[in-house]
Design a protein around this ligand. Sequence first.
Ligand SMILES: Nc1ncnc2c1ncn2[C@@H]1O[C@H](COP(=O)(O)OP(=O)(O)O)[C@@H](O)[C@H]1O
Ligand SMILES: [Mg+2]
Length: 241
Amino acid sequence: MSALLEIQDLHGGYGGADILKGVDLSLARGQIGVIAGPNGAGKSTLLKAIFGLVTITGGRIFLDDADITGLAPEKLVRRGLSFVPQEHNVFPSLTVRENLEMGGFIRSDDLEPHIERIFSIFPPLREKAEQPAGELSGGQRQMVAMGRALMTEPRLLLLDEPTAGLSPKYMNEIFDQVRAVNATGVTVLMVEQNARQALAIADVGFIIASGRNLHTGTGAALLADPQVAESFLGGRTPEEA
Ligand SMILES: Nc1ncnc2c1ncn2[C@@H]1O[C@H](COP(=O)(O)OP(=O)(O)O)[C@@H](O)[C@H]1O
Ligand SMILES: [Mg+2]
């Protein structure tokens, strides 16, 4: 089976020294992939590189066997990519509905059925539809951000730390919703600091350190790997946690 997303020996950064120093990643259609690793490892840079937002100095990125290396974000959106950055991912002064409409900007069909589709994935947003997104809780703002990204019906959704700063209750809710999104057929690649919980829902996980792959495996295999647990999961096995 060929991968939906295939990254080979990717190098790149922001114009100075490379931040990504040879990343390999393969994600099959329908999977949830999780990228974890220490602060400053290049996780966000990797997502931005996939979405055409950093300078790639070497390597290749394929989407469904098509070479998308270096394509601009607007072209990538038309090819089925969508990206939720960690910060500034909603328009706070616009209502929830207006945020979703912004997300559908490339659509030429009626947006209403798509907004309905988003409300069915994120039910709490329905009653907040006419409220400014900035007035919502952190968890609900994250739902708006994901909903906005889903308005284009992406094949691959890139999420950068969707649970950052959320309470455990909202964190679990967001993980449930990522699974719900995935169940609608969207392949998901997300960066997460809450690595243990994220790997628990991951088909495949990638531990990145200093711009390189350190460990790759199924979510379950990485969770069970004592070296991974020691260095990246707080050093405790699931039984002790
Ligand atoms: N816009 C930028 N310009 C220059 N350097 C950056 C920029 N964003 C991040 N970096 C640098 O790239 C490295 C990796 O950052 P990042 O990808 O954000 O790490 P992570 O998401 O794994 O915490 C860090 O050294 C950071 O300082
Ligand atoms: Mg980051």
